[in-house]
Design a protein around this ligand. Sequence first.
Ligand SMILES: Cc1cc2nc3c(=O)[nH]c(=O)nc-3n(C[C@H](O)[C@H](O)[C@H](O)COP(=O)(O)OP(=O)(O)OC[C@H]3O[C@@H](n4cnc5c(N)ncnc54)[C@H](O)[C@@H]3O)c2cc1C
Length: 406
Amino acid sequence: MTQQYDLIFAGGGLSGLTLALECAGRPFFLGKKILVIDRDEKDRNDRTWCFWATGDEPLPPVVFKSWEKCLFFGDQIERVLDIAPYRYHMVRGLDFYAWAKSEMAKHPDIHRITANILEIDAVSGTVKTDRGDFQGQRVFNSAFTKIPVLPAANAEYPNPPFSISGNPAGPEHDFTRLLQHFKGWLIETPSPAFDPGIMTFMDYRLEQEGETRFVYVLPLTETRALVEFTVFSPALCPAGVYDAALNRYIREFLKIETFRIEDSEFGVIPMTDYPFTPVSEGKVIHIGTAGGFVKASSGYAFKRTQRKLRAFADAWEQNGAPDPAVLRAAWRFRFYDSVMLRVLRDQSVGGKAFFSGLFRQLPPQLVFRFLDEESTFADDLRLLQAPPTWPFLKTALKQLPVLPYI
Ligand SMILES: Cc1cc2nc3c(=O)[nH]c(=O)nc-3n(C[C@H](O)[C@H](O)[C@H](O)COP(=O)(O)OP(=O)(O)OC[C@H]3O[C@@H](n4cnc5c(N)ncnc54)[C@H](O)[C@@H]3O)c2cc1C
């Protein structure tokens, strides 16, 4: 028998848990039956989220470590960036999931089950799983991400969890599809090797190999740090490339000879200007990566997910109905992202030159505001002059035919 719910969250990771808790905490949703379905118990530290935020930003109370200073190494720049009033925060996936579970336990109307979702019927709102079928008045999907075909993944890693769908603008429109792929090691050293007060935001000193490649370092103590090698490119690297880059970086740039790898993470994030429309289909609204929440040009999504879903729940409470339009970024920022992605893909300006230009010439607070989509048009004009301007203008002109679709 199909069990009935008011709201079903198909996928209980970052976005599913965030919205389920946003809803459960509001009087408007009191008495509504809510179900969160995930195939994973979420009892492992499957990822580490980092992001910048000011003290005014409401955040889940699970920040593991924060830094007030960031290092940047690029083209003609090696600088400690003083980012106040921002701080750079780190949240461990496991802490977030444990907190979300304990919050959900306070709300008798939220249920969570561990089940593999096989299919979602958007018309009826039925979520078919290997543990039975569930029907919702509204279904929020973050389990299935539909974006156009991405390049084949390296066989040594599982395929990134992105499925295939049509191109809404027709085959003649060439959306940009890059992957942000990264491998990180949590390392421990026998003697002090890190300053836990300064994190490395981007270090571009490794060879770029015609791509955008950088390392970031999150020092937890003087002897422990997470070191992540990150690449923006159309396809994954052979597995050995990540390990070789991490080894070389740790030995040559951090000057550490002896270390122990405590833990490691590998991740793939889509970077695309694919428009993810429709954001809603029948009773289903797509959220998280599936709803296009990942900032196309940077891969950041944690704070955006919190902000978007808070605004969405506010609007739903006020208007009495959910409005998926609240979830979309302003057109101006979608256009900038689309241009930036294409510039990166064509390597007319690499990430190293782009970010070096920004941090050499502008205060980091302005760069963060821009990436947070909070900059004014006057800010944007300042920003546009910092990196090599001509390749961006040329690409912006080439992107004009895609304008109606992004
Ligand atoms: C390793 C990694 C590190 C990242 N680091 C950062 C960062 O530092 N900063 C930042 O801003 N962003 C980061 N991101 C990007 C983004 O914030 C995360 O991917 C975020 O978790 C996306 O939220 P989501 O809800 O869309 O997906 P998820 O959090 O992945 O949730 C989707 C859920 O759906 C479940 N699911 C999938 N298929 C099924 C199925 N068939 N049946 C049942 N359940 C299913 C999964 O188990 C998962 O729990 C990172 C991403 C990864 C992969």
